[in-house]
Design a protein around this ligand. Structure first.
Ligand code: ZN
Length: 410
């Protein structure tokens, strides 16, 4: 037994939310704890209160909209984020938060409760555009990052201002302990895929079995400076060596079914007349299989050994960041599969190549992540879009799964 969810109300709310921080090109700019984010948060708070929720805010600014259950036991949470990147779209984040809101709205309208409370969560600073790192509030809540480190993060656009300053300025510094979120009985997150697979294959529901592990490396190549008129034999050109390594990284990713990207290049001495002597390559490595990153690293190190020897350069690979591989809770994934089948929606299991708040939460709390398609896989772009059908499919899947996880209708 379930309750009638209202996909039109969900769609309209997404539309209304997207007007806050709307940009002329059809996108959204709603940086974490900006005036636009403040406006979006107030709208969510008003909607949640109207839907019978009490709203609390933790010390990192994350919002918890609690719809009471008949028992005051550990709640089932559902959420995502309302902040955006500077050139964001309408659905990355709000889709998951407002899906949760529709679940409690439908319960409230039907005058029903579940056994346990349901909490709709808006995690602060998921995107990490304004404050590094990304997903810092969910990370802080789960103990992946210290609360102090989250609060001390400088504004990437104005380093004189911190996360804590922005919380104070907007009035979203709450008093709840972020660590309380570790007591959730379960956590659900719905998100647009941010990739092309579901749309291409005509499948509206992606059941994300795990967030894939991500490695961030600095690859530092050291050669010897010299005049560009120096003969070719005997050079130790760090940039030429780095170029071979970048192409090897791409080839290894393609051959092993992973993803590898050289995202930044710093060259010294960075002068037209000089052979480059030092190159720093920022590399991002991810693979859907358990040992995939390790296999890619072994293959890459073999290339490094060969290039080092042949070109006479030194190469140092430093791990500067990343995320662990986080598997999601089988029972919750099964609940999503059953709900999709019940709604006669095609579904597929897939890995989650892009970290979401569910990655941090999933380290501590039994969690599930679900994708719906987005057109062309386009995200973090003003033209990010979804269809009404996909929007409704996600609700028809996650809505009943959340109710079931919350002990069903009481
Ligand atoms: Zn997102």
């Amino acid at each position: 037994m379930t309750i009638p969810f209202n996909p039109d109300r969900f769609w309209d709310s997404l539309d209304q939310m997207a007007r806050i921080g709307a940009t002329p090109d059809g996108g959204v700019k709603r940086l974490a704890l900006s005036p636009e984010d403040d406006h979006a948060r107030k709208l969510l708070r008003d909607w949640a209160i109207a839907a019978g929720c009490t709203v609390t805010v933790d010390r990192l600014g994350s919002m918890y909209c609690t719809y009471p259950g008949v028992e005051d036991t550990a709640p089932v949470a559902i959420g995502s984020h309302l902040d955006s990147v500077p050139t964001g779209g309408k659905y990355d984040g709000p889709y998951g938060v407002l899906l949760g809101l529709e679940v409690v709205r439908a319960l409230h309208e039907a005058g029903r409760r579940t056994k346990t409370p349901i909490v709709v969560v808006n995690w602060t600073n998921e995107e990490g555009s304004r404050f590094s790192p990304a997903m810092s509030a969910s990370g802080g809540a789960m103990g992946v990052i210290t609360e102090a480190a989250v609060l001390a993060a400088p504004d990437n656009f104005d380093p004189s201002f911190t996360y804590a300053d922005a919380l104070a300025a907007t009035g979203w510094a709450g008093t709840a302990d972020p660590a309380k979120a570790r007591d959730f009985a379960a956590y659900f997150e719905a998100h647009i895929e941010q990739g092309p697979i579901l749309e291409r294959d005509g499948i509206p529901i992606g059941i994300v079995t795990h967030c894939i592990g991500v490695e961030q490396w600095d690859i530092i190549v050291t050669g010897t400076d010299g005049h560009v008129g120096y003969p070719m034999p005997g050079r130790r050109d760090a940039l030429a060596a780095a170029s071979e390594l970048i192409l090897a990284l791409e080839r290894i990713a393609i051959e092993t079914g992973g993803m590898a990207t050289a995202t930044r290049l710093t060259v010294q001495p960075d002068a037209r007349g000089n052979i480059p002597s030092l190159v720093r390559v920022a590399g991002n490595i991810r693979h859907p299989e358990v040992d995939g990153n390790a296999r890619m690293e072994v293959a890459f190190r073999a290339v490094v050994a060969e290039v080092t020897k042949r070109r006479g350069v030194a190469v140092d690979i430093r791990r500067v960041g990343g995320y662990p591989r986080v598997p999601f809770a089988p029972a919750l994934l099964d609940a999503l599969r059953r709900a999709a089948d019940g709604a006669q929606l095609k579904r597929r299991d897939m890995p989650g190549p892009i970290p979401q708040d569910a990655l941090h939460v999933g380290i501590v709390v039994p969690s599930a992540l679900m994708f719906i398609p987005c057109h062309g896989g386009v995200s973090h772009h003003p033209s990010e879009s979804i269809s009404r059908e996909w929007c409704a499919a996600g609700l028809a899947t996650m809505g009943p799964a959340v109710i079931e996880a919350a002990g069903g209708l009481a």
